[in-house]
Ligand binder design. Structure first.
Ligand SMILES: [Zn+2]
Length: 482
């Protein structure tokens, strides 16, 4: 048994059921799990290891619910800088078709290093291309070196261009092979126990790149093993048009027809969902990975997150793939979530007047302007604490992890700490909890996963970041040049 005592945090933000914020707070940890939370004076006086966080704010580790690690190799690609989702994908598919197993390994470590340094302790990744002998195993093995918890998604694409899908035929896979590999991965790596470092998720890519048959078969396989399901959904108006034209359903109705609605399913994006669809998510326990930066970058829109919360939808936060962010800064994403929600509610906080059931919920004025009805902009401003809650408790709920998301006895010892005595927070210390969301995003000084220190004094413990950056840049250059 090993013990860790964390003490003297200026404020410890538990995000427990009472949302306690404890001055001079600390944690007593045994074998990776929290035993005690409280004022430092009430904790044991010693332990095998002691971490003094005087002057720091201490929070539960942030949980990233949607990413594509491999895309860190194709950030800011010139031809894909000023494109919406479908044209962005069409520019990038041929580049991604050149990915190698080594590219998967390097990009996994780069993305996880960036996440760890921004306060993230658990990340879900969605890998849906397996060119040139690449396997999800490459990602899982590479992740171990960084020390973050990983929910690795076995993604897939099977609907190529020749069958009416978006991706070129050479990046799609045979469906029987996808299912066989999915089963192998679950049996090899999935750990359903509390404190799990690795879980497997099954994640066909999107309605426009996967057949209905593969969606259905994947859901059956996932439920046989009790693993979660994930896909992109309702990201753009183009996708909605695609679904209406090809299958005669809006995206959410399409998922419903495929048995893809339930508490074991979470969808990335959900920008273009109506009130009835959000209500369905709330009642069924479906999760949403909200990815505000990506949605802004690709001009997809802003997801109606406050409405989702109103309907009881489980909402987590995701940085999304690094070709549409183009970073993996989780604390920065928390700030983006707050600002994007306010943009939607305040400025473009208009709901379409054809969204009929919305009128029963919110007070619209009669003087609709060009089909849009005005909503009182002061009604539903996301708070800093709500944004943090989505990124912690929300993410844990979305991933189905009852052992993560808050700092309380019995939960995993996953947390990060930031020194409050810094330029970025000068003048904001009357409310440190709000400061770390409202003020410019900073790096974590300390990140701990399962009681193990991953980031110490602002540096990654396990790896030389500069060496990683050099290897990553060489791989990116080769990938782009063909
Ligand atoms: Zn994505």
């Amino acid at each position: 048994m090993t013990t860790l005592l964390v003490q003297h945090a200026a404020v410890l933000v538990t995000l427990d059921d009472h949302r306690r914020e404890i001055p001079d707070g600390g944690l007593f940890i045994r074998d990776g799990f929290i035993v005690q939370v409280g004022p430092s004076s009430q904790l044991p006086a010693s332990a095998d290891e002691v971490l003094d966080l005087t002057g720091h704010i201490l929070l539960p580790g942030l949980i990233n619910t949607h990413h594509h690690f491999y895309q860190t190799l194709t950030r800011a690609v010139p031809a894909a800088q000023n494109a919406n989702l479908f044209s962005w994908l069409k520019e990038l598919y041929p580049i991604w078709a050149r990915l190698t197993p080594e590219d998967i390994r390097i990009s996994t470590q780069t993305a996880l290093a960036e996440l760890a340094l921004s306060g993230c302790t658990t990340a879900s990744d969605h890998l849906y291309l397996f060119p040139n002998g690449s396997r999800l195993d490459d990602e899982i093995e590479a992740a171990v070196a960084i020390g973050l918890r990983l929910h690795a998604s076995r993604g897939s694409m099977s609907l190529g261009e020749s069958q009416g899908g978006l991706p070129p035929d050479r990046v799609v896979e045979n469906e029987a092979a996808v299912l066989k590999d999915s089963q192998r991965l679950i049996e090899t790596y999935h750990d359903p126990n509390p404190g799990a470092m690795t879980q497997i998720v099954l994640a066909p890519c999107s309605p426009f790149s996967v057949t209905a048959e593969l969606m259905r078969a994947t859901a059956s396989l996932a439920r046989e093993y009790g693993v979660h399901l994930h896909t992109h959904l309702a990201e753009t108006e183009d996708e909605e048009a695609f679904c209406l034209q090809k299958v005669g359903f809006r995206p959410v109705d399409y998922m419903n027809s495929l048995n893809w609605i339930g508490p074991d399913v979470w969808f990335a994006h959900c920008v273009h969902v109506n009130q009835a669809e959000m209500r369905l998510f709330g009642e069924a326990g479906c999760g949403v990975a909200h990815c505000p930066t990506s949605n802004m970058r690709l001009a997809s829109g802003v997801a109606p997150v406050m409405d989702m919360l109103g309907w009881g939808v489980q909402v987590g936060l995701g940085v999304d793939g690094s070709a549409s962010n183009d970073g993996s800064h989780m604390l920065g994403e928390v700030r983006q979530a707050l600002l994007a929600a306010r943009v939607r509610e305040g400025m473009t906080g208009f709901s379409r007047s054809d969204d009929a059931d919305a009128h029963q919920e919110w007070p619209y004025r009669a003087d609709a302007h060009q089909g849009w009805a005005y909503r009182d902009p002061a009604r539903k401003l996301m708070t800093a604490r709500q944004a943090l809650e989505i990124a912690t408790r929300g993410g844990a709920a979305v991933l189905g992890r009852t052992d993560l998301g808050s700092l309380e006895p019995g939960k995993c010892a996953d947390f990060f700490a930031v020194n409050l005595n810094r330029l970025e927070y000068a003048g904001a210390l009357h409310d440190p909890v709000a400061a770390i969301v409202f003020c410019a995003p900073v790096k974590a000084d300390t990140t701990v996963v399962g009681g193990k220190v991953v980031v110490k004094e602002g540096q990654l413990v396990s790896m030389d970041v500069q060496g990683l950056v050099e290897r990553h840049n060489r791989a990116a250059k080769r990938l782009l040049n063909g």
